[in-house]
Ligand binder design. Structure first.
Ligand code: 13P
Length: 258
């Protein structure tokens, strides 16, 4: 079974809902101009919570071939959790994906692998797909223990999930030193870790699960380097920050296969 490449734009804390309206409308137009083929790649946008209703409305009204999701979610169903957002709020808005464990959530909100795994389980239980992030800091890369470090994150994040759940999920390998720095990992660096993640999923579950799970690379992906990264056998997509805020640039990334 071939894995459909997934190109997801993580808008992070950018765009109010008016700017979101313009960005997703422009992205729809740019994808149309570039004859985007949904059989070749999946286009996803991950806006801030306050933009999701707007993004949903534009996508539904114009029937745009773009999936969307959220940047985080609570492990709780509802109740006294000020500032949190539940899975049912996201499913009601038509979200397909939820990013969990982004390095920025880990750094600024102290999220652990165990919490990220619990969030992933909650997302799957709600019928959505988690995009589970992992990746090492520069010091770990310099020590040369990055593969071991990332596989430790994978073991802990996937501990509570079944093979069927992992097979449906997306894992994003984002080396922290390559995020927003303009310093992209080489295609070989991306392949080394994405390949190791797939092999570990095979060990933890089975060959069919390893074959099915989609693994993205993230960190300074742009239209000028996406082709080379996507050519790697174990890289099934990209999680894109800065370059996803420009409609034409992100449309070029989504249509990397051309
Ligand atoms: P940049 O593409 O801006 O480096 O961000 C990557 C990222 O963190 C996506 O989640």
């Amino acid at each position: 079974m071939a894995r459909l490449p997934i190109l997801a734009g993580n808008w992070k804390m950018n765009c109010d809902h008016l700017e979101a309206n313009y960005l997703v409308t422009s992205l729809g137009a740019a994808l149309g101009d570039m004859n985007y083929d949904t059989a070749k790649a999946e286009a996803v946008v991950i806006p801030p919570f306050t933009d999701i209703r707007t993004v949903q409305t534009v996508i539904d009204a114009d029937n745009l071939p773009i999936a969307y999701g959220a940047q985080d979610v609570s492990t709780q169903d509802n109740g006294a959790y000020t500032g949190d957002i539940s899975t049912s709020m996201l499913t009601k808005l038509g979200c397909t994906y939820v990013v969990v464990g982004h390095s920025e959530r880990r750094e600024y909100h102290g999220e652990s692998n165990e919490l990220v795994g619990a969030k992933a389980k909650k997302i799957l239980d709600a019928g959505m797909i988690p995009i589970m992030c992992c990746g090492e800091a520069l010091e770990v890369r310099k020590e040369g223990t990055h593969v071991e470090f990332v596989l430790g994150q994978i073991d802990a994040m996937l501990a509570g999930l079944s093979a069927e759940e992992v097979a449906k999920s997306v894992i994003a390998y984002e080396p922290i030193w390559a995020i927003g720095t303009g310093e992209t990992a080489t295609a070989e660096d991306a392949q080394e870790v994405c390949g190791a993640i797939r092999a570990r999923v095979g060990e933890l579950f089975d060959a069919a699960t390893a074959e099915a799970v989609r693994i993205q690379y993230g960190g300074s992906v742009k239209s000028s380097n996406v082709k080379e990264i996507m050519a790697q056998p174990d890289v099934d997509g990209a999680l894109v920050g800065g370059a996803s805020l420009k409609a034409d640039e992100f449309a070029k990334i989504v249509t990397f296969y051309k």
